[in-house]
Design a protein around this ligand. Structure first.
Ligand SMILES: Nc1ncnc2c1ncn2[C@@H]1O[C@H](COP(=O)(O)OP(=O)(O)OP(=O)(O)O)[C@@H](O)[C@H]1O
Length: 301
């Protein structure tokens, strides 16, 4: 079952061109789903539609297998979100901010302490949210989103403006939430590298159109298909013959020998065979398309 599913989602602002065209998201329950695309691609608009923050024009939205239309209140109660700038009161402490939302969500008071500890803000005492670092503000927004123990979290650019340490902290936090509670997490980002080690599934959107959707492993496999290993040895002509005779596809490249990407044990086997034949290998390098390059290719027309 999909935690979130959109069908034919199309949206225009005013009478302009569509900013979303037939967007079909399928977020598997329990996944960490990276919704990726460059600035202005349509990520926030899609998420606002799914959260009922923007009037739907064309298409359908299902959450947990049920249509949003007609079940909005009940379905959105199972979702925690942080979209655009966090709605925090600068003059209140973390605990006071959460107290307000605890009353709004009507959840037990104990949740305040629980989420504070979960996001690592228990020790902030009388410090006001206005004095928090950006990373702390992001974590407090996450705490608000988690108060009512949602089945799915929808976070728009949660690592925006964070330094590398803050990005790592946020990643670990989201991973542990997903593992400990099975919470489905949808996280948007304009940088694949920021979420590459977090997500299980990926959707890539560009100019309002979905360019890729599937498990991260599928995207990785596309990269591997264009990757290669290069051998440089004392006698590359013989090396080429020996590798080809072993049944591997090998081609000469800039005076060296190139084979398609292989598992490490296969590379070891080639190296061993060359050594046995008296060809000494100086260098083995892996190269090819970086995941980020593949991402850029996908978002460019
Ligand atoms: N309220 C609005 N009125 C008119 N146009 C809008 C409005 N909100 C968004 N847009 C336009 O819709 C397109 C998609 O914007 P959206 O904010 O959804 O992109 P995004 O992928 O979230 O980008 P970013 O990473 O910059 O937030 C953009 O061209 C944007 O200018």
């Amino acid at each position: 079952m999909y935690a979130m599913e959109t069908c034919g989602l199309t949206h225009r602002f005013g009478g302009g061109d569509p900013v979303l065209r037939n967007v079909e998201l399928r977020v598997p329950e329990g996944s960490i789903y990276g919704f990726l695309g460059p600035n202005g691609a349509g990520k926030t608009t899609t998420l606002r539609l799914v959260l009922g923050l923007l009037g739907q024009q064309e298409g359908t939205i299902h959450l947990f297998g049920r249509p949003l239309t007609g079940n909005r209140g009940e379905l959105l109660r199972q979702v925690g979100s942080s979209i655009e700038s966090p709605s925090l009161y600068a003059h209140l402490t973390a605990r006071e901010n959460l107290r307000i939302w605890q009353l709004v969500f009507r959840c037990p008071e104990r949740r305040i302490g629980e989420v504070l500890s979960l996001v690592g803000l228990s020790g902030t005492g009388s410090k006001r949210a206005g004095q928090f670092s950006l990373g702390m503000k992001q974590r407090l927004s996450l705490a608000v989103a988690l108060l009512h123990e949602p089945r799915m979290l929808v976070l728009d650019e949660p690592t925006n403006g964070l330094d590398p340490h803050g990005i790592l902290e946020m990643r670990d936090l989201l991973l542990s939430l997903n593992r400990a509670h099975g919470t489905t997490i949808v996280v948007s980002s304009h940088l694949l590298a920021e979420v590459e080690r977090l997500v299980t599934d990926v959707a890539i959107i560009s100019r309002g159109t979905l360019r890729f959707q599937g498990p991260l492993a599928e995207l990785m496999a596309r990269r591997e298909a264009t990757s290669f290993i290069t051998f440089d040895s004392g006698d590359n002509t013989r090396a080429l013959e020996i590798i080809a005779a072993g049944g591997w596809t090998a081609v000469p490249h800039e005076g060296k020998v190139r084979v398609p990407a292989l598992p490490p044990e296969e590379i070891g086997r080639i190296n061993h065979r060359l050594a046995l034949a008296g060809v000494s290998v100086h260098e083995i390098t892996a190269g090819g398309t970086r995941l980020e390059t593949l991402f850029m290719d996908l978002v460019q027309d």
